[in-house]
Structure formats: C-alpha cells, structure tokens
Write a protein that binds this ligand. Structure first.
Ligand code: FES
Length: 257
C-alpha cells in the first residue's frame, strides 16, 4: 500500500564530468514495506538510470550495500525507508565515508581489503592435523563471541575515525578477524599474530571511540575484540600455554590467569 511521499536526497558524483560531489533530490511515493535499497532501485529504474550503487543478495548477507544514511553507516537492503525518514519525511544517502568515490554511492574498498590481508585471515593449521576432525567445544566457540558472523560490509571500517586520519591502521574489521583466528584452537600461530598486531598500525592505534560497534549491522563488538587482543598481547606466554592446554573455555578469554 502506497503511503505519503518521501524526499530522497542522494549524493551524486561522476568523476568524468563533476568537479565535486553534490546532492540530488528525488520525490517518491513508497510502499509501506519499501526498503532504502528498493527506493534506490525505483529511482534508477524510473528517474535516472545512471544512478550507481552496489547491491547483490538483498538479504543482509553479502555486505555490498553498505552506505551512509543520515550520517550512519547501514545496510540499505535491510533498512525500511520509514525508519530513516525525518519529520519532514526526508532522508540523505551518501557513500561510505573516508573511502575514495568511484561513482555516486560506489566507493573504492581497496584499502579495506589490503588491511584485511595483513592479518592473514585464513587458518594456519597445526602440523599434527587430526585424522578425522578438529574438535572444538561449544565453550571455545562461545569465546569467539560470534565474530565469525562478520559479513565484511565495511560499515565499521568506514565509520572509524582513526581510519579517517590514518589509512595504515589495520582497522576494526581485520582486527576482529585476527581475534577470531587467535582464539581459534585450530590455528597454530596465535603468538606470531599477537606480535604483529602489537606493532604501530595494530591494536594500540584504536582510540576506543565505539563507532565500529554502532555501525555493525550484525551487532558485533570489534572494540571489545581489540581490547582483548591488547590484553593478550601483553601476556603472550601465559596465553600460549593456556591455549595449548585448551583452557580457553570461557566467555572472557583473558580470564585464564
Ligand atoms: S545487498 Fe547484500 S547485504 Fe545488502
């Protein structure tokens, strides 16, 4: 059912002809269940086919549709338009901040992926791989704090003011992945990983601003993961031996000593 008209303000930028980004306004009469992504699709289909944005799954899984709406990084495919309209039924959509704009709402995520690769996001398995399977207890899985549900949308990365100032900072997305690997009993290099993260661009660069928590569409807590990594980096030896003894069966992985 169609409801009252809404004003959608979209930041536009075509590097081939525009000197700088500008805001273009579209009026739309949405349906009650229209999402922000639906509104963008309607505008592209009916008003301006050159409007450019990324999306794929439309189910908050692929992470490609992260954008900045009214100053907040969100997944537009899972956000109802109604929820982001102000009293005058207006909303403003911009690309993710702190990243170079390719066109309109599409940004260049190269630095995001480069930092991700720095933490070696894959598992480094031990030499003695078990014949059948790696057994990981429910408690050990709980200690990972749902970090494996990250969809790599970039919302936390581009909400981080430290990234805004310093592109060498590894960033909340990659540090969350490092946390996942370091606490995973199947990984053989937690100590080396912690050593790397204690360097200049790693965990001590975080200013604990919490923007990454506010931005995460999966309600993850990169700040807490970074804080845990800092503490583990300070007592690497005790951590290593507790880990070898499979004693990290607790919700708070730094409570082993
Ligand atoms: S389109 Fe895949 S997360 Fe939004």
């Amino acid at each position: 059912m169609a409801i009252e008209a809404a004003t959608i303000r979209i930041q536009r930028f075509n590097p081939d002809k525009d000197k700088k980004p500008y805001i273009e306004t579209f009026e739309l009469v949405p349906e009650r269940d229209t999402t922000v992504l639906d509104a963008l699709h309607t505008i592209k289909a009916e008003r301006d086919g050159s409007l450019t944005f990324r999306r794929s799954c439309r189910h908050a899984i692929c992470g490609s549709c992260a954008m900045n709406v009214n100053g907040q990084n969100i997944l537009v495919c899972k956000t109802p338009l109604q929820d982001v309209l102000d009293k005058k039924r207006r909303t403003t959509i911009r690309p993710l901040p702190y990243l170079p704009i390719i066109k309109d709402l599409v940004v260049d995520r190269s630095s995001f992926w480069e930092q991700y690769l720095r933490v070696k996001p894959w598992l480094l398995p031990p030499a003695d791989v078990p014949e059948k399977e790696f057994r990981v207890s429910p408690e050990e899985v709980a200690a990972l704090n749902n970090a494996e549900t990250c969809i790599m949308c970039g919302a936390c990365y581009s909400a981080c003011q430290v990234i805004g100032m310093n592109k060498e900072y590894i960033g909340p997305h990659a540090l969350l992945k490092a946390f996942l690997r370091i606490l995973d009993p199947r990984d053989m290099a937690p100590n080396e990983r912690l050593q790397d993260l204690a360097g200049g661009d790693g965990v001590y660069r975080c200013h604990t601003i919490f923007n990454c928590i506010d931005a995460c569409p999966k309600d993850l807590n990169p700040t807490q993961a970074i804080e845990t990594l800092r503490k583990l980096a300070q007592k690497r030896e005790a951590f290593e031996s507790a880990r070898q003894d499979r004693q990290l069966t607790i919700k708070d992985p730094i409570a082993f000593d």
